[in-house]
Design a protein around this ligand. Structure first.
Ligand code: 5AD
Ligand code: SF4
Length: 440
């Protein structure tokens, strides 16, 4: 049992690293532990159980967690009764190295084992409780996550990935692709709507690969759109190769599905895309962009870019720059290539120097900033409906929310500007990351 110095429920402190899927998984974990009688601790120092839900996508993500484990070693030394566990993608990726580095860990548990967490935490013994079995059937569809408060909620539609891009560790740490049954998704969405949630973000590593029996992703979008009270629907991240006519049609036809598409391209070089085993050519990607723009007027596009993949020559990088300029993205997430053990590209090596990666990354970021600034400035004078989220963190009496295109808008507060309301704003000025607006 948990060594619990309090009289009440054992307290758990959970930290989340990485992507939106991990944030959603942490809400699931919180739901599982609450039902098993745990409460959330206000601080790690007060906790009976400290859990890190980790990310393995790049070396930097793992280094952050390893650094944090160093701090937790002190907590464990001061209070040996506290249980410390490492969950998620890193647990799956390098359990042996982790246990060697932190032999005092009490728990190492992969992304498909969260149902068993109460049992694993009950384990007492000298060795840590380890469960890193992947389970190609586990969707957690029947379990209720503890969603955060707010107007937007994230709902997992599918888990895992079958794409095996050469650089990516996700298929190895999250396992095979599987979709949450539509009935489970709808039940969750209906509950969220009843709690006042207005916007649903459907999640999956390749969310538009969603398929459960006869229900594909386009049909799922339409089903969620039919839920009363839900006003906006978004999804992340789709894969270009799964961006079927059915999905584009659902986006175009269903007004609740917002006009924003995150379409990770990774590289603008034909040769590098092939080496990355992305499953599309530059030509096919650009043709898809054209189809999406024709079908969904005013759609905003964002992307992911990796610079410095093994073998990326200066000419390949220039092709990426040309593609970014040609498409004109509204936003881009940019990364230096990080070699990951177990992936197909691991044995290829890491031919681009750190200095070249840094220079290329800086050039991509500077270009994207200037494109985003120009695109946002072109919106000055236009009107948008904004779903109010709450007070802006920067203060000054300003409120914040997103436009349909997922641009961050700031606008003055007044009595009607309450979280969950949709207000009409006009863009007065813009930066590369936000729109300063007046109320209409
Ligand atoms: N190195 C750098 N970036 C990566 N990504 C995935 N794997 C790696 C890697 N090994 C990026 C991709 C993906 C995003 C979530 O993370 O751009 O779309
Ligand atoms: Fe990784 Fe590719 Fe799957 Fe995305 S589609 S999670 S980049 S393997």
């Amino acid at each position: 049992m948990i060594d619990n110095p309090h009289n009440g429920a054992p307290l758990v402190w959970l930290e989340t690293y990485g992507c939106q899927m991990n944030i959603a998984d942490s809400q699931l974990i919180t739901g599982v532990l609450r039902r098993a009688g745990y409460d959330l601790a206000p601080r790690p120092e007060d906790a009976d159980v400290v859990l890190l839900n980790t990310c393995a996508i790049r070396e930097h993500a793992e280094e952050r967690v390893l650094g944090r484990l160093g701090n937790l070693a002190q907590l464990k030394q001061a209070r040996p009764g506290v249980k410390i566990g490492l969950l998620g993608c890193m647990a799956q990726h390098n359990r042996a190295a982790l246990i060697a580095k932190a032999p005092w860990l009490d728990l190492v548990a992969g992304p498909d084992t969260y149902r068993r967490l109460p049992e694993l935490l009950g384990h007492d013994g000298f060795d840590p409780a380890v469960d890193v079995r992947l389970n190609r059937a586990e969707t957690y569809g029947d379990l209720a996550p503890a969603h955060a408060d707010g107007v937007r909620a994230y709902v997992t539609a599918m888990r895992g990935c079958d794409k095996f891009c050469a650089f990516c560790v996700v298929p190895y740490v999250r396992g095979r692709e599987r979709s949450v049954p539509p009935a489970d998704i709808l039940r969750e969405v209906v509950e969220l709507a009843a709690q006042g949630v207005k916007e649903i973000v459907l999640l999956g590593q390749t969310v538009n690969a969603y398929r459960c029996g006869a229900t594909g992703f386009g049909a799922l979008l339409r089903m969620v759109a039919a839920v009363n009270g839900i006003e906006r629907i978004r999804f992340t991240s789709p894969h270009p190769a799964d961006m079927t006519a059915e999905v584009i049609e659902a986006m175009a036809a269903e007004p609740k599905v917002q006009p924003h598409l995150h379409l990770p391209v990774q590289s603008g070089s034909e040769r590098i895309l092939a080496a990355m085993e992305r499953g599309y050519t530059v030509g096919e990607y650009l043709e898809l962009v054209a189809r999406v723009r024709a079908a969904i007027p005013g759609v905003a596009l964002s992307t992911d870019i990796i610079v410095g993949f093994h073998g990326e020559a200066e000419s390949d990088f220039r092709a990426t720059i040309d593609l970014i300029r040609g498409v004109g993205y509204d936003a881009a997430f940019t990364f230096k290539y990080s070699v990951r053990e177990n992936t197909r590209a691991f044995r290829l090596g890491d031919s681009v120097s750190e200095a070249d990666k840094t220079r290329r990354l800086e050039e991509v970021i500077a270009l994207q900033e200037s494109i985003a600034r120009a695109r946002n400035r072109a919106l000055v004078g236009y009107e948008y409906p904004v779903l109010v989220e709450g007070p802006a963190r920067r203060g000054g009496g300003q409120m914040t929310g997103k436009t349909p295109q997922f641009k961050t808008a700031f606008f003055p507060a007044n009595d009607t500007v309450v979280p969950g309301a949709t207000v009409a704003v006009r863009v007065a000025s813009a930066t590369s990351h936000s729109l300063l607006c007046t109320l209409i």
